[in-house]
Design a protein around this ligand. Structure first.
Ligand SMILES: O=C(CO)[C@H](O)[C@H](O)COP(=O)(O)O
Length: 221
C-alpha cells in the first residue's frame, strides 16, 4: 500500500464529532480528505478550514463542509503534509505553494498533525528548496538580496510564467542544501520587507505520522 495513503488515512482517525478541522494541501492530505468524506457519510459532523484553492476544490467535490478561518474562533486539529521534517520536528513546507495559508491555519490550531512518507524525514533541513512568498512589487530586489546572502534563490516558474500563490504573490525558492541554523534563518527571513511568509515551520507541529514500508510510525513533540 502507498505510504502516503497509510499516513493520510491514519490522521483522519484523530478527528472527533463537532471539530473544526484545518485541511492542509498536497497528495498525502488528499487521502485524509477522502477518509473524512467516508466518515461524513457515516454520520461524522465537522467543519473544515481549507489552506488552498486546490484543497477547496477537492473538499467541495468530496462533500466536506468548509468554513472561513475568520468565522471560527479556533481550529481543533489541522492535518497537513510536509516537504521535509527533521528530528526536532521542524520542517519545510510550501512545495505546493500554499505555505502562507498553511502557516496561518497551523498557528490557529490547538493541534497540528503532519502526514508524510518516510522520504520526507531528514537529518538536516534544506535539501528541499525553501519556499519564500514575496510581494511581486519588489521581487527582483528581494531576489538580489537573497543572492547577496548566498541563499541560491530561484524565482518559481510554472508553465513558463511566474508561479502565483492563492494570495497573488510570487515564490522564491532558496536552494540552500543544508540549513545549519534554522532559528536564525527564520528570524532573518521574517525581518526582510516584502517577504510575506516562508516555508520554515519551527515549533509548529505536535505530531508527525510517518508511513513507512506499509506501516506507521507516530512521533510526538
Ligand atoms: O506544503 C505543502 C504544500 O504547500 C505540502 O503539504 C507539501 O508539499 C507536501 O505535499 P505532498 O503530501 O504532496 O508530498
Amino acid at each position: 500500500m502507498d505510504d502516503k495513503k497509510i499516513a493520510g488515512e491514519r490522521a483522519a482517525e484523530l478527528i472527533r464529532d463537532g471539530m473544526i478541522v484545518g485541511l492542509g494541501t498536497g497528495s498525502t492530505v488528499y487521502y485524509t480528505m477522502k477518509r473524512i468524506s467516508q466518515m461524513l457519510e457515516n454520520g461524522l459532523k465537522i467543519k473544515a478550514v481549507s489552506t488552498s484553492s486546490s484543497t477547496t476544490t477537492i473538499a467541495q467535490k468530496l462533500g466536506i463542509p468548509l468554513v472561513d478561518l475568520n468565522d471560527v474562533g479556533k481550529i481543533d486539529i489541522t492535518i497537513d503534509g510536509a516537504d521535509e521534517v527533521d528530528s526536532s520536528l521542524n520542517g519545510i513546507k510550501g512545495g505546493g505553494g500554499a505555505l502562507l495559508y498553511e502557516k496561518l491555519v497551523a498557528i490557529s490550531s490547538e493541534k497540528v498533525i503532519w502526514v508524510v512518507d518516510s522520504s520526507k524525514i531528514v537529518n538536516q533541513l534544506g535539501e528541499f528548496p525553501l519556499p519564500v512568498e514575496v510581494i511581486p512589487f519588489a521581487y527582483n530586489h528581494i531576489l538580489t538580496k537573497f543572492k547577496d546572502m548566498n541563499l541560491n534563490p530561484r524565482l518559481r516558474i510554472n508553465n513558463g510564467d511566474f508561479f502565483i500563490t492563492d494570495s497573488q504573490h510570487y515564490i522564491i525558492d532558496l536552494y540552500i542544501n543544508k540549513i545549519e541554523y534554522p532559528y536564525e534563518l527564520e528570524k532573518t527571513l521574517n525581518s526582510i520587507p516584502g517577504v510575506v511568509e516562508h516555508g520554515l515551520f519551527i515549533n509548529i507541529v505536535d505530531t508527525v505520522i510517518i508511513g513507512k514500508d506499509n506501516s506507521l510510525e507516530i512521533v510526538n513533540r
